[in-house]
Design a protein around this ligand. Structure first.
Ligand code: AMP
Ligand code: MG
Length: 310
Protein backbone atom coordinates (compact mmCIF):
# COMPACT_ATOMS: atom_id res chain seq x y z
CA UNK A 1 0.00 0.00 0.00
CA UNK A 2 2.68 2.48 1.07
CA UNK A 3 4.87 1.53 -1.89
CA UNK A 4 1.95 2.16 -4.21
CA UNK A 5 1.52 5.67 -2.75
CA UNK A 6 5.17 6.40 -3.44
CA UNK A 7 5.13 5.00 -6.98
CA UNK A 8 1.93 6.92 -7.85
CA UNK A 9 3.48 10.11 -6.48
CA UNK A 10 6.63 9.61 -8.53
CA UNK A 11 4.57 8.91 -11.65
CA UNK A 12 2.62 12.12 -11.10
CA UNK A 13 5.80 14.19 -10.86
CA UNK A 14 7.00 12.91 -14.25
CA UNK A 15 3.86 13.94 -16.15
CA UNK A 16 4.33 16.60 -18.83
CA UNK A 17 0.87 17.96 -17.93
CA UNK A 18 2.03 18.69 -14.36
CA UNK A 19 4.82 20.88 -15.70
CA UNK A 20 2.31 22.78 -17.87
CA UNK A 21 -0.02 23.17 -14.88
CA UNK A 22 2.80 24.55 -12.75
CA UNK A 23 3.77 27.03 -15.46
CA UNK A 24 0.16 28.21 -15.46
CA UNK A 25 0.05 28.21 -11.64
CA UNK A 26 3.10 30.49 -11.66
CA UNK A 27 1.40 32.91 -14.07
CA UNK A 28 -1.90 32.89 -12.17
CA UNK A 29 -0.25 33.79 -8.86
CA UNK A 30 2.02 36.34 -10.48
CA UNK A 31 -0.57 38.31 -12.49
CA UNK A 32 -3.12 38.35 -9.67
CA UNK A 33 -0.53 39.54 -7.11
CA UNK A 34 0.88 42.15 -9.52
CA UNK A 35 -2.59 43.47 -10.33
CA UNK A 36 -3.51 43.82 -6.67
CA UNK A 37 -0.17 45.42 -5.75
CA UNK A 38 -0.62 47.95 -8.55
CA UNK A 39 -3.95 48.90 -6.97
CA UNK A 40 -2.33 49.59 -3.59
CA UNK A 41 -3.03 46.27 -1.87
CA UNK A 42 -0.51 45.01 0.69
CA UNK A 43 0.34 41.31 0.88
CA UNK A 44 -0.07 39.80 4.35
CA UNK A 45 1.45 36.47 5.43
CA UNK A 46 -0.92 33.56 6.07
CA UNK A 47 -2.15 32.22 9.41
CA UNK A 48 -1.60 28.46 9.30
CA UNK A 49 -3.26 27.65 12.63
CA UNK A 50 -5.21 29.60 15.20
CA UNK A 51 -7.49 29.52 18.24
CA UNK A 52 -10.31 30.67 15.97
CA UNK A 53 -11.14 29.65 12.40
CA UNK A 54 -14.04 29.48 9.96
CA UNK A 55 -16.91 27.25 11.20
CA UNK A 56 -17.78 26.52 7.52
CA UNK A 57 -21.31 25.69 6.48
CA UNK A 58 -20.61 22.05 5.63
CA UNK A 59 -19.18 19.22 7.74
CA UNK A 60 -15.45 18.50 7.67
CA UNK A 61 -13.34 16.41 10.06
CA UNK A 62 -11.82 18.46 12.84
CA UNK A 63 -8.21 19.48 12.16
CA UNK A 64 -7.37 20.63 15.69
CA UNK A 65 -4.65 19.93 18.25
CA UNK A 66 -3.66 20.99 21.77
CA UNK A 67 -0.70 23.23 22.39
CA UNK A 68 -0.27 23.65 26.13
CA UNK A 69 -3.71 24.33 27.57
CA UNK A 70 -5.18 25.71 24.37
CA UNK A 71 -6.91 24.09 21.46
CA UNK A 72 -5.77 25.28 18.05
CA UNK A 73 -7.25 24.52 14.67
CA UNK A 74 -5.54 24.43 11.30
CA UNK A 75 -6.92 27.29 9.22
CA UNK A 76 -10.10 26.43 7.31
CA UNK A 77 -10.21 30.01 6.09
CA UNK A 78 -8.81 33.28 7.39
CA UNK A 79 -12.21 34.99 7.46
CA UNK A 80 -11.96 36.30 11.04
CA UNK A 81 -8.33 37.37 10.70
CA UNK A 82 -9.24 39.22 7.51
CA UNK A 83 -12.11 41.07 9.16
CA UNK A 84 -9.90 42.11 12.08
CA UNK A 85 -6.85 43.06 9.99
CA UNK A 86 -8.85 45.12 7.51
CA UNK A 87 -9.79 47.56 10.27
CA UNK A 88 -6.13 48.73 10.27
CA UNK A 89 -4.94 47.75 6.78
CA UNK A 90 -7.76 48.74 4.45
CA UNK A 91 -6.71 46.72 1.35
CA UNK A 92 -4.72 43.52 1.51
CA UNK A 93 -4.44 40.04 0.09
CA UNK A 94 -3.03 36.75 1.32
CA UNK A 95 -2.13 33.51 -0.42
CA UNK A 96 -3.76 31.54 2.36
CA UNK A 97 -3.28 27.78 2.75
CA UNK A 98 -6.51 26.18 3.99
CA UNK A 99 -6.92 22.72 5.47
CA UNK A 100 -10.41 21.30 5.14
CA UNK A 101 -10.63 17.61 5.94
CA UNK A 102 -13.55 17.07 3.55
CA UNK A 103 -15.54 13.82 3.68
CA UNK A 104 -14.46 11.12 1.17
CA UNK A 105 -17.60 11.55 -0.98
CA UNK A 106 -16.22 14.97 -2.03
CA UNK A 107 -13.56 13.23 -4.17
CA UNK A 108 -16.25 12.63 -6.82
CA UNK A 109 -16.57 16.37 -7.52
CA UNK A 110 -13.08 16.62 -9.05
CA UNK A 111 -12.70 20.04 -7.39
CA UNK A 112 -12.06 19.29 -3.71
CA UNK A 113 -8.68 18.85 -2.07
CA UNK A 114 -8.01 18.56 1.67
CA UNK A 115 -5.33 21.22 1.40
CA UNK A 116 -5.53 24.14 -1.02
CA UNK A 117 -4.71 27.84 -1.33
CA UNK A 118 -7.10 30.74 -1.54
CA UNK A 119 -6.10 34.11 -2.81
CA UNK A 120 -8.02 35.78 -0.03
CA UNK A 121 -8.59 39.54 0.04
CA UNK A 122 -10.56 42.13 1.95
CA UNK A 123 -11.31 45.85 1.52
CA UNK A 124 -12.56 48.23 4.18
CA UNK A 125 -15.72 50.27 3.51
CA UNK A 126 -16.25 48.62 0.14
CA UNK A 127 -19.45 47.04 -1.15
CA UNK A 128 -20.20 43.78 -2.88
CA UNK A 129 -20.42 45.40 -6.31
CA UNK A 130 -16.88 46.88 -5.93
CA UNK A 131 -15.52 43.43 -5.19
CA UNK A 132 -17.39 41.86 -8.09
CA UNK A 133 -15.75 44.37 -10.42
CA UNK A 134 -12.35 43.62 -8.96
CA UNK A 135 -12.88 39.85 -9.28
CA UNK A 136 -13.88 40.22 -12.93
CA UNK A 137 -10.79 42.31 -13.63
CA UNK A 138 -8.52 39.75 -11.95
CA UNK A 139 -10.19 36.89 -13.81
CA UNK A 140 -9.99 38.53 -17.24
CA UNK A 141 -6.41 39.78 -16.74
CA UNK A 142 -5.35 36.29 -15.68
CA UNK A 143 -6.89 34.61 -18.70
CA UNK A 144 -5.34 37.23 -21.02
CA UNK A 145 -1.94 36.82 -19.35
CA UNK A 146 -2.01 33.02 -19.59
CA UNK A 147 -3.08 33.10 -23.25
CA UNK A 148 -0.16 35.43 -23.95
CA UNK A 149 2.56 33.85 -21.80
CA UNK A 150 1.61 30.17 -21.59
CA UNK A 151 0.51 29.43 -25.13
CA UNK A 152 2.84 26.40 -25.36
CA UNK A 153 1.50 24.91 -22.13
CA UNK A 154 -2.11 25.46 -23.26
CA UNK A 155 -1.33 23.89 -26.63
CA UNK A 156 0.28 20.83 -25.09
CA UNK A 157 -2.83 20.42 -22.88
CA UNK A 158 -5.09 20.81 -25.92
CA UNK A 159 -6.87 23.68 -24.15
CA UNK A 160 -8.39 26.58 -26.05
CA UNK A 161 -9.38 29.51 -23.85
CA UNK A 162 -11.27 32.61 -24.71
CA UNK A 163 -11.33 35.87 -22.78
CA UNK A 164 -14.82 36.30 -21.31
CA UNK A 165 -16.83 39.47 -21.96
CA UNK A 166 -17.46 41.83 -19.05
CA UNK A 167 -19.60 42.45 -17.11
CA UNK A 168 -20.34 38.82 -16.28
CA UNK A 169 -24.02 37.86 -16.03
CA UNK A 170 -25.56 38.08 -12.56
CA UNK A 171 -28.32 35.78 -11.27
CA UNK A 172 -30.11 35.66 -7.95
CA UNK A 173 -29.82 32.40 -6.00
CA UNK A 174 -33.56 31.94 -5.38
CA UNK A 175 -34.47 32.70 -9.01
CA UNK A 176 -32.09 30.00 -10.24
CA UNK A 177 -33.30 27.53 -7.65
CA UNK A 178 -36.91 28.08 -8.70
CA UNK A 179 -36.08 27.71 -12.38
CA UNK A 180 -33.65 24.77 -12.29
CA UNK A 181 -34.20 23.03 -8.93
CA UNK A 182 -31.65 22.40 -6.17
CA UNK A 183 -28.90 21.31 -8.57
CA UNK A 184 -29.02 24.69 -10.35
CA UNK A 185 -25.38 25.63 -9.85
CA UNK A 186 -23.95 22.49 -11.45
CA UNK A 187 -26.54 22.58 -14.25
CA UNK A 188 -25.93 26.24 -15.08
CA UNK A 189 -22.16 25.75 -14.91
CA UNK A 190 -22.37 22.83 -17.38
CA UNK A 191 -24.54 24.80 -19.80
CA UNK A 192 -22.58 28.09 -19.68
CA UNK A 193 -19.70 29.08 -21.89
CA UNK A 194 -18.94 32.22 -19.82
CA UNK A 195 -18.38 32.69 -16.08
CA UNK A 196 -21.37 34.06 -14.14
CA UNK A 197 -22.35 35.35 -10.71
CA UNK A 198 -24.85 33.98 -8.22
CA UNK A 199 -25.79 36.64 -5.67
CA UNK A 200 -28.23 37.12 -2.80
CA UNK A 201 -27.65 33.79 -1.12
CA UNK A 202 -30.14 32.75 1.61
CA UNK A 203 -28.92 33.08 5.16
CA UNK A 204 -29.22 29.39 6.04
CA UNK A 205 -26.81 28.39 3.23
CA UNK A 206 -23.95 30.50 4.59
CA UNK A 207 -22.04 31.20 7.79
CA UNK A 208 -23.02 33.82 10.39
CA UNK A 209 -20.47 36.42 9.35
CA UNK A 210 -21.97 37.34 5.95
CA UNK A 211 -24.11 40.48 6.06
CA UNK A 212 -27.88 40.31 5.68
CA UNK A 213 -29.60 42.75 3.32
CA UNK A 214 -31.31 45.61 5.14
CA UNK A 215 -34.28 45.59 2.75
CA UNK A 216 -34.59 41.78 2.44
CA UNK A 217 -34.15 39.92 5.70
CA UNK A 218 -32.91 36.36 5.28
CA UNK A 219 -30.92 37.20 2.14
CA UNK A 220 -27.19 37.92 2.29
CA UNK A 221 -25.13 40.53 0.45
CA UNK A 222 -22.75 37.92 -0.85
CA UNK A 223 -21.77 36.34 -4.13
CA UNK A 224 -20.30 33.27 -5.78
CA UNK A 225 -18.52 33.29 -9.11
CA UNK A 226 -19.10 30.14 -11.19
CA UNK A 227 -16.86 28.78 -13.93
CA UNK A 228 -18.37 27.74 -17.26
CA UNK A 229 -18.09 24.26 -18.86
CA UNK A 230 -19.11 22.47 -15.67
CA UNK A 231 -16.08 23.51 -13.59
CA UNK A 232 -18.34 24.82 -10.80
CA UNK A 233 -17.60 27.37 -8.08
CA UNK A 234 -14.59 29.65 -8.51
CA UNK A 235 -14.91 32.01 -5.57
CA UNK A 236 -17.13 33.02 -2.69
CA UNK A 237 -17.32 36.37 -1.01
CA UNK A 238 -19.54 38.95 0.55
CA UNK A 239 -20.04 41.92 2.79
CA UNK A 240 -19.29 41.11 6.43
CA UNK A 241 -21.64 41.65 9.33
CA UNK A 242 -19.92 44.20 11.55
CA UNK A 243 -22.52 45.21 14.14
CA UNK A 244 -21.88 43.27 17.33
CA UNK A 245 -25.54 42.78 18.25
CA UNK A 246 -26.31 41.42 14.77
CA UNK A 247 -23.26 39.13 14.88
CA UNK A 248 -24.58 37.70 18.17
CA UNK A 249 -28.08 37.24 16.72
CA UNK A 250 -26.68 35.42 13.72
CA UNK A 251 -24.57 33.08 15.87
CA UNK A 252 -27.70 32.14 17.82
CA UNK A 253 -29.69 31.65 14.61
CA UNK A 254 -27.02 29.19 13.40
CA UNK A 255 -27.31 27.23 16.66
CA UNK A 256 -23.69 28.07 17.47
CA UNK A 257 -22.34 29.35 20.79
CA UNK A 258 -20.65 32.63 21.80
CA UNK A 259 -18.04 30.48 23.58
CA UNK A 260 -16.96 28.99 20.23
CA UNK A 261 -16.15 32.45 18.86
CA UNK A 262 -15.33 34.37 22.03
CA UNK A 263 -11.91 35.51 20.79
CA UNK A 264 -13.49 37.07 17.73
CA UNK A 265 -16.45 38.47 19.68
CA UNK A 266 -14.15 40.20 22.17
CA UNK A 267 -12.47 42.04 19.30
CA UNK A 268 -15.78 42.74 17.52
CA UNK A 269 -17.11 44.30 20.74
CA UNK A 270 -14.53 47.06 20.46
CA UNK A 271 -16.16 48.10 17.17
CA UNK A 272 -15.78 46.99 13.56
CA UNK A 273 -16.44 48.84 10.32
CA UNK A 274 -17.92 47.38 7.15
CA UNK A 275 -15.62 45.34 4.97
CA UNK A 276 -16.12 43.11 1.96
CA UNK A 277 -13.91 40.43 0.51
CA UNK A 278 -13.64 37.15 -1.31
CA UNK A 279 -11.42 34.12 -1.66
CA UNK A 280 -10.62 32.49 -4.98
CA UNK A 281 -9.23 28.96 -4.96
CA UNK A 282 -5.93 28.90 -6.85
CA UNK A 283 -5.96 25.17 -7.64
CA UNK A 284 -9.50 25.42 -9.01
CA UNK A 285 -8.53 28.37 -11.20
CA UNK A 286 -5.51 26.49 -12.55
CA UNK A 287 -7.65 23.38 -13.09
CA UNK A 288 -10.17 25.42 -15.07
CA UNK A 289 -7.48 27.04 -17.19
CA UNK A 290 -5.83 23.67 -17.87
CA UNK A 291 -9.24 22.10 -18.56
CA UNK A 292 -8.46 19.13 -16.29
CA UNK A 293 -11.18 16.71 -15.21
CA UNK A 294 -9.62 16.48 -11.77
CA UNK A 295 -8.15 19.16 -9.51
CA UNK A 296 -5.36 16.90 -8.23
CA UNK A 297 -3.67 17.10 -11.63
CA UNK A 298 -2.59 20.70 -10.89
CA UNK A 299 -0.70 19.74 -7.72
CA UNK A 300 2.55 17.75 -7.34
CA UNK A 301 1.43 16.45 -3.93
CA UNK A 302 -2.38 16.62 -3.89
CA UNK A 303 -4.43 15.59 -0.86
CA UNK A 304 -7.44 13.83 -2.33
CA UNK A 305 -10.46 13.29 -0.02
CA UNK A 306 -10.54 9.71 1.24
CA UNK A 307 -7.10 8.81 -0.10
CA UNK A 308 -3.73 8.26 1.49
CA UNK A 309 -1.41 10.89 0.02
CA UNK A 310 2.22 11.82 0.25
P1 AMP B 1 -15.42 29.08 0.48
O1 AMP B 1 -15.30 30.32 1.27
O2 AMP B 1 -15.74 27.87 1.28
O3 AMP B 1 -16.37 29.26 -0.66
O4 AMP B 1 -13.98 28.82 -0.17
C1 AMP B 1 -13.42 29.80 -0.99
C2 AMP B 1 -12.89 29.22 -2.27
O5 AMP B 1 -11.86 28.28 -1.99
C3 AMP B 1 -13.90 28.44 -3.07
O6 AMP B 1 -14.69 29.26 -3.89
C4 AMP B 1 -13.01 27.53 -3.89
O7 AMP B 1 -12.44 28.19 -5.00
C5 AMP B 1 -11.90 27.22 -2.92
N1 AMP B 1 -12.15 25.94 -2.21
C6 AMP B 1 -13.01 25.73 -1.19
N2 AMP B 1 -12.94 24.46 -0.75
C7 AMP B 1 -12.02 23.83 -1.52
C8 AMP B 1 -11.47 22.50 -1.55
N3 AMP B 1 -11.85 21.56 -0.67
N4 AMP B 1 -10.52 22.22 -2.46
C9 AMP B 1 -10.10 23.17 -3.34
N5 AMP B 1 -10.57 24.45 -3.35
C10 AMP B 1 -11.51 24.78 -2.46
MG1 MG C 1 -18.08 28.88 -1.50
Amino acid sequence: MDTQVVSLALERLKKESLKSALEINTSVRRIMAETLISKGFLEAPPVIFSIVTDPLNHPVYDPSFMYGDYKYSLTKSMIFHKQILVQEIPKFFIFSPNVRLETPDKAASGRHLLEFTQLDLEIKNAHREDLMELAEELYVKTIEYVIKHNSKALESLGRKLKVPARPFKVYKYLDLQEKYGDDFEAKMSRESSEPFWIIDIPLESREFYDREKDDEPGILRDMDLIYPEGFGEALSGGEREYKIERIRERIIKKGQTFEQFHWFLEIAESGLELSTGFGIGIERFVRYICGFKRIEDVHPFPKVPGELSL
